[in-house]
Write a protein that binds this ligand. Structure first.
Ligand code: C5P
Length: 245
């Protein structure tokens, strides 16, 4: 390999590492738009997130379409109900072959365990797939560090594969859930409009604070040129200290 090829190979693998840390929020109302967006931005995102809007509009078919195209699907339904109901819904999600399903940790230990068991009972068992526990919502400002740490410990003890938290909460959540995949939404580029995200962070700062997977939504999807915006997000990660973790 000559020096130029080596540089290209190194950049390629660094981009691949950035890609492995980025999830694209498909917050659109139709399967057509969702799959088109996912395909266009595939070079930059390893995971695609199907949230309430898309799932309510299109149901499990859109999940099947995305998994059928080889995407790792993060089904963000933030379930919170009695344990039996959540366990059964989680089993259906596991059966769809999604990588992640979210449930609220505020639902308590029995409910979270039911979700973990339900998902595992039906999942094809892809390594690293399972339940993500949502720690606190931004709209729950009264939840202090103690509640946050307690929920992170619950995610770990109940068998979740990961937890969702704000970047600012990583210093509390990480020590309480050392082995979990920590997923962080609310990502904005430096100097951009934060929109309705009260507790935003840049991609580089969230990874440097210990995030494993960043959820990127309007930063890319609302941009005039989504490919260029996604390329900027990945480029902002190149050379960051997070690559040593
Ligand atoms: O604001 P943005 O478009 O980047 O949001 C991307 C995704 O992150 C949305 O699908 C939203 O549900 C999720 N999310 C969030 N803020 C939180 C928790 C989740 O924006 N505090």
């Amino acid at each position: 390999m000559n020096a130029e090829d080596e540089t290209e190979a190194a950049t390629g693998s660094t981009q691949e590492r950035a890609r492995s840390r980025l999830a694209l929020a498909l917050d659109v109302a139709s399967a057509g738009e969702a799959t088109a967006l996912a395909r266009r931005l595939r070079p930059h995102f390893s995971v695609v997130k199907v949230g309430l809007e898309l799932f309510v509009a299109e149901g499990p078919d859109v999940v099947r379409a995305l998994t059928g195209e080889g995407f790792d699907v993060f089904l963000d339904l933030k379930l919170h109900d009695i344990p039996n109901t959540v366990g059964r819904a989680a089993a259906r999600a596991g059966g769809l072959g999604v990588r992640y399903l979210t449930v609220h940790l505020a639902g308590g230990e029995q409910m979270v365990r039911a979700a973990v068991e339900g998902f595992a009972s039906a999942s094809p068992g892809a390594p690293g797939s399972g339940i993500l526990g949502v720690t606190v919502l931004t709209s729950e400002p009264e939840a202090g560090d103690e509640v946050l740490a307690e929920r992170a410990r619950l995610a770990a003890s109940a068998g979740c594969v990961g937890a969702v938290c704000a970047s600012a909460d990583l210093p509390v959540v990480r020590p309480a859930a050392t082995r979990l995949v920590l997923v962080v939404p609310g990502i904005r580029m430096e100097g951009s409009d934060r929109g309705d995200q009260a507790r935003s962070a840049t991609p580089g700062s969230a990874l440097a604070s210990g995030a494993d997977l960043l959820v990127i939504g309007r930063t890319v999807t609302a941009a005039a040129d989504p490919e260029a915006a996604a390329a900027l997000v990945s480029a902002s990660l190149l050379g960051g200290s997070w690559q040593q973790h």
